[in-house]
Design a protein. Structure first.
Length: 245
């Protein structure tokens, strides 16, 4: 009996230190907005235990940078293309983590969502946001998924694409900036070549090549993505940074 009590106590302690013990609330400031600029999403992560809980705060709902914190879907569950940065982090680095204090909470607001997703392609209407609540406490701990309900936001008028990186002004290190510029020009040339071939080839052939087959909607989506990659700076920039970093 004593052994069973000890094991139960250890299990309870382990649960208390686990991200799965966190209580998470994710809500849009308004369920209906006129413009993508008006989308504001608030996140509150509460720790109800008597122990601090350390969690990764990158590539999830605690990350307010240009990485993906939500999976966004249009009608018929079609994924809305993400225009932000795909980032890989060193999980041994302490600055990628955040500590939720015992009995306390952390709150963040996402205010740049409208620029990070390609709402323009799908137009006005209601979109479903699925919070990405993947957490772990360190490089040697298991990745845990905390269940957070999805929510909807209706955009009634302005869905024009935005520049996700309006403050980007190059790198202060001259040699690194040169590498960035050369990589940018190289990627741009490749993207334009691919886009040109895509448009000059039969849709069925391109759908098979890029996605193994699909609908005309998928074809138009691929066409739009390649168009942005080929001719819009802010669409290709994250890929340049990702590949040279």
């Amino acid at each position: 009996m004593l052994c069973a009590i000890v094991l139960l106590s250890l299990a309870t302690l382990a649960l208390g230190l686990s991200p799965s013990a966190l209580e998470i609330s994710v809500k849009a400031a308004a369920s209906t907005v006129a413009s993508v600029d008006d989308i504001v999403i608030g996140v509150v992560v509460y720790n109800p235990t008597d122990k601090d809980i350390r969690v990764i705060a990158r590539n999830n709902i605690l990350d307010t940078s240009s990485t993906r914190s939500f999976t966004v879907k249009a009608l018929d569950d079609e994924l809305v293309f993400f225009m932000g940065v795909r980032a890989l982090y060193d999980l041994s680095a302490s600055d990628v983590y955040m500590t939720i204090p015992a009995g306390g909470y952390v709150a963040v607001n996402h205010t740049n969502v409208g620029a990070l997703y390609l709402f323009e392609f799908y137009g006005t209407g209601t979109y479903t946001f699925e919070p990405i609540a993947l957490f772990q406490g360190g490089p040697d701990t298991l990745l845990e998924v905390v269940d957070v309900p999805p929510f909807k936001v209706e955009i009634t008028h302005d869905v024009k694409r935005r520049n996700p990186y309006p403050r980007y002004a190059g790198c202060s290190d001259a040699s690194k900036n040169q590498v960035l510029l050369e990589s940018f020009n190289s990627f741009r040339a490749i993207a334009q070549e691919v886009y040109s071939e895509f448009q000059s080839s039969p849709p069925e052939q391109m759908l098979t090549y890029f996605s193994g087959g699909g609908t005309i909607t998928e074809y138009l989506s691929i066409d739009s993505i390649l168009d942005y990659m080929a001719y819009y700076d802010y669409a290709i920039l994250p890929w340049v940074i990702y590949f040279i970093s």
